[in-house]
Write a protein that binds this ligand. Structure first.
Ligand SMILES: [Zn+2]
Length: 175
């Protein structure tokens, strides 16, 4: 089973752990569609590196580092916000079907299925999704919701202004 491997697919991930392999690459943000809901744009790339090894209990694991610039949306003004991604995580690897049952203990390590190959693009996307903050805001003084102009605009388009136009007598009194 040899041949040119896809750039972001790791052949024999358990063997990769055994020999303490290392691999790194770059992924376009646009190639990770599950992130898009949380982003202000899909430009740019992230860098990742993985290292195989074992934990203290002798279980095969993968250490993953991901870094890059993402554009998130500010929770206050909904404008783009530069976010420096710097993830470092470890996942334990098990043969397909041998992943231990999940429990609610946050101290339980994360397991992934590692068969004949491991798609690093999926893994990186998963870990970014897990690692993104639930909500981000511009620093104070940099958020456009703090400017008087933006405030005036929101007021003019407020749902109450539109509601008022719906509550004209001709419409509310019809039989
Ligand atoms: Zn903002």
């Amino acid at each position: 089973m040899s041949g040119p491997a896809a750039p972001h697919v790791l052949d024999d991930p358990l063997g990769f752990a055994r020999v303490a392999g290392q691999h790194h690459g770059q992924l376009a943000v646009s190639a990770m569609p599950r992130l898009h809901d949380q982003l202000a744009g899909d430009a740019g790339e992230v860098k990742y590196s993985v290292r195989g090894g074992f934990d203290q209990l002798g279980r095969p694991r993968m250490e993953l580092e991901v870094s890059g610039e993402l554009k998130l949306l500010c929770a206050r003004c909904a404008k783009p916000l530069d976010y420096a991604l710097a993830l470092r995580t470890r996942v334990l690897m098990a043969q397909p079907g041998a992943v231990p049952q999940e429990d609610d203990d946050p101290a339980t390590p994360e397991w992934i299925e590692a068969g004949q190959e491991l798609n690093l693009q999926v893994l990186v996307e998963d870990e970014i999704l897990l690692g993104l903050p639930l909500s981000v805001r511009h620093a104070q003084g940099q958020c456009s919701s703090e400017t008087p102009e933006a405030f005036g605009k929101i007021t003019a388009n407020s749902p109450f202004a539109r509601l008022a136009s719906l509550l004209e007598p001709g419409q509310t009194n019809k039989r």
